[in-house]
Design a protein around this ligand. Structure first.
Ligand SMILES: Nc1ncnc2c1ncn2[C@@H]1O[C@H](COP(=O)(O)OP(=O)(O)OP(=O)(O)O)[C@@H](O)[C@H]1O
Length: 373
């Protein structure tokens, strides 16, 4: 097991497209790290650069303290001692389960008795002890993915790289394999980097999550950090489905452009911006990000201010109540409701209980004094 140290990493594709830029990241020994971001944000590019399938244009990469990419340094993928699992499991159909799993050991020249013992042990670990002689065609999708996982870990890799490894599986199998993967990496103390576009999966599995946007890191943090202290409006929107309401901070007080929005006195977390003594802090553009968990819905009363009312556009029932979408004077907003059943077309009053306030431009950590109105 090993750390992965990445510094100033940049990748340019042959057509000049910048796949990654200014990536600084340390994956800790034994850590489960998820790479999360929208399509095209650079998740696969980063994973493939770590694997050695892509050569960075600049920066350095070290695995377990050994430099594997950088100026004058290049270690090819097969000598990086990494295990990989892809979405489509890529196991050989003509080989038995045991022969598939033994393949990396054969390549490494491990003696047959030792290889046989290691294959048996790792098949037990992934719950396939009784399937060694089967052909992949006689396995379910989840079992094939377990074979791929066994093959990735059999040679004691320094780290495990997972590229949408669970994405092709149906729930609830996917949920079960998610738990098994977490337990296995914990037991083995495996360093793992897991690419996923599934927010729930990243938050459930990872010790820390890296949020990528257009080839750059927006935030690295624990799942809780991302939900409670998003570093930017992008992270709040992507991770928590927050809606951004633009406005102006005047003498430290946020004045939303939206006529109906009122921020609470408490419950507003300010992120980013100049110090209060900076004159530019006295009046500048900002955005308040409001996640569904920060909104309470009340039934609209007869005397309510119309700007404070929103229309329910959909209300989807789920295990924790209703997931409600609203049109609030032309602005879409999401909210969760339990205890009563909103219906499409209902008029409701969104009461904002929690919000994050970011400068309109940068969204980087700092303070805005007394931002709540
Ligand atoms: N071979 C290539 N040549 C040029 N540009 C590429 C190439 N591969 C990827 N890109 C571009 O690099 C950017 C990052 O792509 P990447 O595949 O890493 O994104 P991703 O976050 O993994 O996306 P997805 O979730 O859709 O798989 C995208 O804009 C993509 O179009």
């Amino acid at each position: 097991m090993a750390t992965i140290d990445i510094s100033g990493l940049r990748h340019e594709y042959a057509n000049g497209h910048l796949g990654l830029d200014a990536i600084d990241l340390t994956v800790r020994d034994g850590e489960f790290l998820a790479l999360l971001g929208p399509s095209g944000s650079g998740k696969t590019t980063l994973l493939r650069t770590i694997a050695g399938f892509l050569r960075p244009a600049a920066g350095t990469l070290a695995i377990g303290g050994q430099a594997v990419a950088g100026p004058g340094t290049w270690v090819p993928p097969e000598r990086r001692r990494l295990g990989m699992v892809f979405q489509d499991h890529a196991i050989w159909p003509h080989l038995s389960v045991a022969a598939n799993v033994a393949y990396p050991l054969k390549l490494a020249g491990v003696a047959r008795p030792e290889a046989t013992a290691r294959v048996a042990a790792v098949l037990e670990q992934v719950g396939l002890g009784d399937y060694a002689r089967r052909k992949p065609s006689a396995l379910s999708g989840g079992q094939r993915q377990r074979v791929a996982l066994a093959r990735a870990i059999v040679a004691n890799p320094r780290a495990l790289l997972l590229d949408e490894a669970l994405s092709a599986l149906d729930e609830p199998l996917r949920a079960r394999l998610r738990l098994e993967l977490k337990a296995l990496t914990r037991e083995q103390g495996l360093t793992a980097v897991h690419v996923t576009h599934d927010r729930g999966e990243a938050l459930a599995l990872a010790d820390r999550v890296v949020v990528l946007n257009a080839g750059r890191i927006e935030q690295v943090g624990t799942p809780r950090d991302l939900l409670e202290t998003p570093a930017s409006a992008f992270v709040a929107a992507f991770v928590s489905d927050a809606t951004a309401f633009p406005g102006t901070v005047v003498h430290g007080v946020f004045r939303p452009d939206h006529g109906g929005l009122r921020l609470p006195r408490n419950g507003v977390r300010t992120v980013g911006g100049a110090s209060p003594s900076d004159p530019s802090a006295r009046s500048r553009r900002a955005v308040a990000c409001i996640a569904p968990s920060g909104v309470r819905l009340e039934r609209a009363g007869a005397t309510a201010d119309p700007a404070a009312e929103a229309t329910v556009t959909s209300a989807l029932y789920g295990p924790h109540g209703f997931d409600v979408s609203l049109d609030w004077q032309g602005v879409p907003l999401r909210a969760h409701v339990s205890g009563w059943a909103p219906r499409e077309g209902d008029r409701v009053r969104p009461v904002v209980e929690r919000a994050h306030l970011f400068p309109a431009s940068s969204g980087r950590p700092g303070t805005i004094s007394g931002a709540a109105a």
